[in-house]
Design a protein around this ligand. Structure first.
Ligand SMILES: Cc1ncc(COP(=O)(O)O)c(C=O)c1O
Ligand SMILES: N[C@@H](CCCC[NH3+])C(=O)O
Length: 416
């Protein structure tokens, strides 16, 4: 359930007709619903009740500062993977003490900044990174809180490009080596072991892989106890899937209940989750205008004013995303279309073989576009990115302007 529904055949975002929003801001446009974002965040947060927990929203799924600010006002934590994301969180009013820092390539500069502002924890992805963090912390006279990202080698049953918890993936330290790495970390003077972390993949539609991973981490936690290492938190990453078409992912409540059940013996162990997609995907749509209807010998094309530049998921993962009409009262003949963008690439499509009732000039929307849409967009073919609009009840706020053409080359310069 989201807040994008039809009223009298017109698509609404909360209390406003999408057509009216587009009249004001133009296309292409991302439109987000604040109410949906808040409901999704609460679904995670409330599911853990009194058990100590922290929901760290995965900034990579949508990093617009207005959206981060909505999360911050709820009291959310944040999962970041770069200094850029850290600076966004701070600019949006997020608390550094609720930030966990993941990612395999943390630079000295990034580590320094994170230590200076006092983040909650570094999710360590390798031994060289552990040594570097110890070193930088020593130079700054600080103690770095750390957690080891353990790769539990479980199959997440998701697209291979977004699966991260298998032996062959670049992320984390394998579960068989993790105990040794913890023992080593314990000998380092400038780090403090606070937790254990894992993230096995994205768009998971079953609980079992999460539970298998948890089992493996619990075994490891028990071994660490024998080594005198007691953990304060367990971070299970993000990854809970959403419904793009007919997927039936577990609800956060089911996920939390299954985790709490597994972790009954650890009433004081703080549980951290890093959900991204589950909070943002269905809180956003991407609205685009049909520029042309084109008929080739064996195909109809609806050519629209955005494509892989604003929404790369279909091109990159062959992801299926629903495409819907904005105004269903218009009298149009139904036909089957490949919905394609303006970009000069064969993979530039938003959907293939979709039945739609559209004509030139009509508006259509890609649903479930709030996650990994705007954040993965580019200005390829020198097309300014979609504007972003946050709807809050009957108010529509512009939260990202459209760049001017001069903005496109603002950081470039001619040679003498
Ligand atoms: C370390 C980490 N945490 C959290 C996430 C968020 O994942 P999702 O959007 O699937 O919840 C990701 C991305 O997959 C990630 O790499
Ligand atoms: N970008 C991916 C998810 C990858 C998550 C990054 N860890 C997607 O659109 O599905």
């Amino acid at each position: 359930m989201d807040h994008f529904n039809y009223r009298h055949q017109q698509l609404f975002a909360e209390e406003i007709a999408v057509t009216d929003i587009i009249q004001q801001f133009g296309t292409p446009a991302y439109i987000y619903s604040r109410a949906t974002l808040e409901r999704h965040w609460h679904a995670f947060n409330d599911a853990f009740g009194e058990h100590p927990h922290l929901i760290c929203f995965a900034v990579k799924s949508n990093s617009n500062i207005a959206l981060l600010n909505v999360m911050a006002r709820l009291g959310s934590g944040f999962d970041i993977v770069s200094q850029g994301e850290l600076e966004r969180v701070l600019a949006a009013g997020g608390e550094a003490s609720k930030v966990v820092f993941s990612g395999v390539a943390k630079s000295r500069q990034e580590i320094t900044r994170a230590l200076e502002v006092g983040i909650r924890c570094f999710n360590i992805e390798s031994i060289p990174e552990l040594k570097r963090i110890n070193d930088v912390a020593g130079q700054l006279g600080k103690i770095a809180p750390i957690s080891l990202r353990v790769n539990p080698d479980v199959d997440a049953h998701t697209h291979p490009y977004i699966s991260t918890g298998l032996k062959e993936n670049k992320f984390g330290v394998s579960v068989s080596e993790a105990r040794e790495v913890y023992r080593f970390a314990k000998t380092l003077p400038n780090v403090k072991i606070t937790g254990m972390d894992c993230h096995i993949g994205s768009q998971l539609t079953e609980l079992q892989p999460f539970l298998d991973a948890t089992d493996r981490l619990v075994v490891l936690m028990e071994q660490l106890k024998q080594d005198g290492i007691e953990l304060h938190h367990l971070d299970l990453g993000g990854g809970l899937g959403v419904t793009y078409t007919d997927e039936t992912p577990p609800h956060p409540t089911e996920y939390a209940a299954a985790l709490l059940n597994k972790l009954k013996a650890y009433p004081n162990l703080e549980i951290i989750l890093e959900p991204g997609r589950a909070i943002t995907a269905n809180a956003g749509i991407l609205v685009t205008k049909v520029e042309y209807i084109k008929q080739n010998e064996d195909r109809n094309f609806a050519i629209v004013d955005t494509g892989m530049n604003d929404m790369i998921r279909p091109a990159l993962y062959e992801a299926y995303m629903q495409i819907i009409e904005i105004d269903q009262s218009l009298v149009r003949e139904k036909a089957v279309y490949d919905v394609v963008g303006p970009i000069c690439e064969t993979s530039d499509f938003l959907g293939k073989q979709r039945e739609l009732a559209v004509a030139e000039g009509d508006l259509i929307a890609v649903r479930s576009a709030g996650a990994y849409g705007a954040t993965m967009s580019s200005t390829y073919n020198s097309r300014p990115q979609a504007v972003e609009v946050m709807v809050d009840g009957n108010q529509a706020h512009l939260i990202k302007q459209r760049a001017s053409f001069a903005d496109l080359w603002r950081l470039e310069q001619l040679i003498p």
